[in-house]
Structures are given as C-alpha cells and as structure tokens.
Ligand binder design. Sequence first.
Ligand SMILES: NC(=O)c1ccc[n+]([C@@H]2O[C@H](COP(=O)([O-])OP(=O)(O)OC[C@H]3O[C@@H](n4cnc5c(N)ncnc54)[C@H](OP(=O)(O)O)[C@@H]3O)[C@@H](O)[C@H]2O)c1
Length: 244
Amino acid sequence: MNKLKRVFIFGAGSGIGQAVFNEFNSLSSDQNPEKTEVYGFSRSGQSSLARLTPNTNHKFDLTSDSDFQTWETAWQKEWKSWETSEEKSEFVVYFAQGDGFFSSVEDLNLVEIQKHFSLNLFSSMRVLKIMSLALKSSLPATIVFFTSTAARQGFPNSTVYCASKHAASGLAKALREEWKPFGTKVINAYLGAIATSIWDNRPEFSKEDMVSVKDAAVFLHGLAYLPDTVYLEEFYMTPKKGIL
Ligand SMILES: NC(=O)c1ccc[n+]([C@@H]2O[C@H](COP(=O)([O-])OP(=O)(O)OC[C@H]3O[C@@H](n4cnc5c(N)ncnc54)[C@H](OP(=O)(O)O)[C@@H]3O)[C@@H](O)[C@H]2O)c1
C-alpha cells in the first residue's frame, strides 16, 4: 500500500513549532524515514489558508473565528481529494501554539485570561473537532500536545499558565481513551525549559541552562515515526539541571 505521512504543525511560526517544521522540511525525501509532507499554521504564515500548500506555513490566527471558517472549508475540500486518492494518508498533528502568562493572582485580567485559554486550549479543541473524522479514519494518526512541567506541578506567578497546561494535559489524556478504538497515538509531551523567546521577559532564567530548540526539534520530529506497535503516552523532557 502506498502511504503518505501528512504532518500538521499548529504554531509553526517561531520557537519549538518552527524548529520542528524546519526539521521535517529540511530533510530531503530520502532522509525522512517515510514519504512526508508538512503543513504549518500560525499568524506569521505566508501561504493563504484558503488552500493547503505542502511544505509551507499558512497564515492562521488560531483565536480568530473567521480564520477557523476558512480553514474548515479548505480542510474539508483537501481531505476529500486525499480520500479518493490511491495513496493512503497517515496524519500527524503537533499542537505547538501557545503563549506564556506569568503574573500574580491580584494582577490577573479576565480578558487576557480568556485570550490565553482561547489560544492554549480551545484552539486545539476546535482543530480536533474539525479534523476528527479524518484523524479517526487515518492509518493510525499521531497527535502530540506540547504541555509543560507546568502541567505536572505548580509555580508561583503562573496560575493561568499552570491551569491551561493542566487542562491541555487533561484533554490529551481523555482523547487518548476516547480514540483508542481507532488506534490513535496521543502523546502528552511534558516539556521542560527549551530556549525560545517565550523566556525573553524572564531574565531570572538563563537560556544557557535550557534544552536547545534544535535538539528539542530533532527529538520531537522523531515522534512522527514511532514503530507501528509502539504507543508512547507521555514523556518528560528536561535540560541537564532538571526544573530551573
Ligand atoms: N519553550 C519552553 O521552555 C516551553 C516549555 C514547555 C512548554 N512550552 C510550550 O510549547 C509551545 C511553544 O512554545 P515556544 O517556546 O516555542 O514559544 P514561541 O516561540 O512563542 O511559539 C509560539 C508559537 O505559537 C504561535 N502563535 C502564537 N499566537 C498564535 C495565534 N494567535 N494563532 C496561531 N499561532 C499562534 C507562534 O507563531 P506566530 O507568532 O507566527 O503566530 C509560534 O509558532 C507553547 O504552548 C508553550 O507553552 C514551551
């Protein structure tokens, strides 16, 4: 059977998501372990969301209702054409979108909390709802959630971030159970500190102490090529020092 791995990276504009996108894109076809196409999505994407162009980043604000409408139409059209092709799709989805939110409880602002949850939690749910039929009928799909040490424990001045990451972790755990009958691999990636701009306004933490974004990407790229019978439920990646 001819098969093609189609990789979707939400949050491919910078940081870890961009590095993982580049990892798929930079490897020539004979270096990737299987025939692969990668599709990126983020606000800084250059390709139009109205049609899916392999190996590019599409302009998609994952908090925008109108962008979701455009994406749903483009997705349904593309998926139908893939379904009728001789080549079977194996879908891989990375949820790499997100932002930091670090403030004391007394300084919390409800509008900002809603924006944070809209990006860090609800956008993944919206994507999953739209892609669900395809993901369930795919050759077993792989879905990777970038959660965090903050999905395992609490940190001061991080109530909102810890709450959204714990929630994303709950989403991953429940989805794994719900889609077990379809063979879907749902991976909860508890990421420790990785040197990206998410840390730029936190000078108390040194990027020297963090996992390099390239190293993280090399590892995360490999999750798309797990052997058929290997189901990796979750893992915890940290730099040498552990929790900073
Ligand atoms: N770095 C770490 O140490 C670390 C540790 C644990 C977990 N994480 C998690 O990993 C994920 C990526 O973090 P990062 O460190 O790579 O940070 P980053 O460099 O700030 O990346 C954020 C990503 O989200 C995209 N994005 C932001 N707002 C968006 C929107 N409204 N619509 C669509 N895309 C949007 C950005 O692209 P555009 O700007 O082009 O939209 C970018 O690709 C986050 O969920 C973060 O919580 C990071």
